[in-house]
Design a protein around this ligand. Structure first.
Ligand SMILES: Cc1cc2nc3c(=O)[nH]c(=O)nc-3n(C[C@H](O)[C@H](O)[C@H](O)COP(=O)(O)OP(=O)(O)OC[C@H]3O[C@@H](n4cnc5c(N)ncnc54)[C@H](O)[C@@H]3O)c2cc1C
Ligand code: SF4
Length: 470
């Protein structure tokens, strides 16, 4: 076993964990959490739009999970019809503004763009989409008009991208919608999860206000399915139900020492960070280790570095190609000073001697022992038996979130809906095994992305509309 000397200054025995608030002055924090990708000016947008070939059967449209007519909205920008461009986008994807900020375009529309060649670069579809939707928001336009009232009522549980997309489409089609949301604010992970520098100036709230402003949607916050009401109640009182519950549990490491003080769930810390009015008040370790390989791992590693952590190491059990974070996200973390170490898995977390306590009074974490990994003859992940240790004041677990039906449905039990793995099983219309009950987003099988959740909500609303109109 070896001690990893690359990870910066070492703990001095007897001192205890170095976790502090206010590691950086307010001005530096404001800078670090400013817009990661500033918006295009009108002139830049028109120049970028002119790079589009306006392809017939455009591959970028195929690659967009919500099927936005990309060449059409780019043409509108080029001809100065920016509101028209935004309307095209929002018709297909009501969260086109947020998706322009958070979509991994390098693996979706921009990867498919015919200009994405070695000697060229793809059209900046994400940046153009943001330009158009920001313009519409700035002008305070409402491009949607509701259809005549149908007299039908729909209950939506969860005000994340899936629930809000369903609510909006259903309201536009003339139905009355009530959205029940457990938290204090709507928006789901747009409000509580997405990295702070991707969505500045309270954009999640602005987008939520825009969605609700179409009319016909009542948002009830602090209303928890399984605690305040049951699925049976909703089925009795509404003509259809949509469940956009997201994830409600995080995966455990399953390594000894996981409960030591200073070992945190990345999503919980990110939630606190997103809601913090003073980021300087957040506790930040000097040496931080992040375990995981997805968006959450990249986001916590980069954000904790930008909060002033001196030394951040992200450890992932496989190689870079297996990480669910895209190459661009990995590059982003590295350019922010995060060190990524592949092919290692945690074996145990070791506390400070004599039970030295951390901020919460429990024995604090001091270091983590990892085992190197490799693929065996049958392509399965296996430990090599060689180990190394990393010193850590804080450890963030970011090895994935899951959906637990038993938690979501309270006393009704998990068995009320058929499941597919740990998620709710749905058909192509996003209908569950219960008649009139639909589901979408992270609580159903598929890709866990904002854009995918929006598409689920949209598909479900259209299917509910067909069902209710007989
Ligand atoms: C840290 C992090 C960073 C991410 N970054 C990106 C990114 O950059 N790009 C990207 O495309 N995707 C990203 N994602 C994924 C993306 O945020 C999700 O795929 C998306 O939010 C899923 O939408 P949803 O509506 O299914 O769930 P959520 O956004 O989780 O919304 C579910 C809502 O349901 C509510 N709810 C849950 N249970 C109940 C209940 N019992 N009663 C009432 N309400 C309930 C919750 O409070 C929540 O508001 C990220 C995820 C995380 C965790
Ligand atoms: S593939 Fe590229 S060039 Fe073709 S329409 Fe889409 S954005 Fe324009």
């Amino acid at each position: 076993m070896s001690i990893d000397h690359d990870s910066g200054n070492r703990h001095v025995d007897g001192e205890g964990p170095d976790i502090r608030t206010g590691r950086l002055p307010a001005a530096a924090l404001a800078d670090n959490f400013n817009d990661a990708h500033p918006p295009l000016t009108r002139q830049q947008a028109v120049i970028e739009a002119s790079r589009c070939y306006f392809c017939y059967d455009a591959p970028c449209v195929e690659a967009c999970p919500t099927g936005i007519d990309i060449p059409s909205f780019i043409r509108s920008i080029q001809t100065g019809n920016t509101v028209g461009a935004a309307t095209t986008i929002l018709n297909a994807n009501i969260m086109g503004g947020m998706c322009a900020r958070v979509c991994p375009v390098e693996e979706l529309c921009e990867e498919a763009c015919v200009r994405n060649l070695d000697e060229d670069k793809p059209v900046g579809i994400g940046a153009l989409q943001r330009f158009a939707t920001d313009h519409l928001f700035d002008e305070g336009r409402q491009p949607f008009v509701r259809a005549a009232p149908t007299g039908r009522r729909i209950a939506v549980v969860g005000a994340g991208p899936a629930g809000l997309a369903c609510a909006h489409r259903a309201a536009v089609l003339g139905h009355e919608v009530v959205v029940f949301e457990a938290r204090e604010k709507g928006g789901g992970l747009n409000e509580y999860g997405i990295a702070a520098y991707k969505t500045v100036d309270d954009f999640a709230q602005k987008e939520l206000d825009f969605i609700l402003s179409v009319g016909g949607i009542t948002l009830k916050t602090g209303a928890v399915l399984g605690r305040d009401f049951s699925l049976a109640d909703l089925r009795r009182d509404y003509n259809a139900v949509f469940l956009g519950l997201g994830h409600n549990a995080v995966n455990a490491l399953g390594a000894d020492g996981e409960t030591l003080d200073g070992v945190l769930n990345a999503v919980d810390y990110i939630e606190t960070l997103r809601q913090a009015t003073d980021k300087g008040a957040l506790p930040v370790g000097r040496k931080v280790v992040v375990i995981g390989g997805g968006n959450t791992a990249i986001d916590i590693a980069t954000q904790i570095k930008r909060l002033g952590a001196e030394d951040v190491t992200l450890v992932y059990r496989r190689g870079p190609d297996s990480m669910s974070a895209t190459w661009k996200e990995q590059e982003w973390a590295q350019t922010n000073g995060v060190r990524i170490k592949h092919w290692a898995r945690p074996v145990r977390l070791i506390g400070w001697p004599d039970g030295k306590p951390g901020r919460n009074g429990r024995q604090a974490v001091k270091e983590i022992e990892f085992e190197y990994t490799q693929l065996d003859d049958r392509g399965r992940l296996a430990g090599t038996g060689d180990t190394f240790r990393l010193l850590a004041d804080q450890v963030f677990k970011a090895i994935g979130q899951t959906f637990q039906a038993s938690t979501a449905f309270g006393g009704e039990g998990a068995e009320i809906l058929d499941q597919d793995g740990d998620r709710i099983a749905v058909n192509d219309d996003r209908m569950t095994s219960l008649a009139g009950v639909f589901a979408g987003g992270d609580c159903v099988p598929g890709t866990d992305l904002t854009v995918a959740a929006v598409e689920d909500g949209k598909i479900a609303a259209n299917a509910i509309d067909r069902l209710l109109r007989g």
